[in-house]
Design a protein around this ligand. Structure first.
Ligand code: RB5
Length: 143
């Protein structure tokens, strides 16, 4: 199960991402927001991040206007490796090198098609482990 959430700046892309996931029969749950009214992105980042670290969901996707605010907020939660990605290469590396458990997208940066594509790349890429694990361990130690 993947938790997906956005603020108002990411709402349209969130809806496109959920439609794409459901079209592929990939289980996901919508953590809001549900309207274009202005909301505070840290509230949604926290909900998804805590669902990931508790094991309620296996991964999360967060979307705000740029992706920057969601990224800053989600990475405050111990155990979260949230990666803001802009293209297929960074989406692939987020999985292969960083083992990102949350993918972050910018709703005012990407088209719906681009955003859905980056989600697919992240979900189909596999963490390589090996030399990357010692680096992730050092990040854990920073917490
Ligand atoms: C909201 O206007 C905007 O600041 C937010 O979506 C995000 O881009 C913050 O980083």
């Amino acid at each position: 199960m993947i938790a997906v959430a956005s603020d108002h700046g990411g709402l349209d892309l969130k809806n496109a991402v959920i439609e794409s996931l459901r079209g592929q029969k990939i289980a996901c749950t919508d953590f809001g927001t549900d309207a274009h009214a202005s909301v505070d992105y840290p509230d949604f980042a926290e909900k998804v991040a805590r669902a990931v670290t508790s094991g309620e969901v296996k991964a999360g996707i967060l979307i705000c206007g740029t992706g920057i605010g969601m990224s800053i907020a989600a990475n405050k939660i111990p155990g979260i490796r949230a990666a803001l990605v802009h293209d297929e290469f960074t989406a692939q590396m987020a999985a292969e090198h960083n083992n990102a458990n949350i993918l972050i997208l910018g709703g005012r940066v990407l088209s719906p098609e681009q955003g859905a594509r980056l989600v697919d790349v992240w979900l189909t890429s596999r963490y390589e482990g090996g030399r990357h694990q010692q680096r992730l361990d050092k990040i854990t130690n920073l917490e």
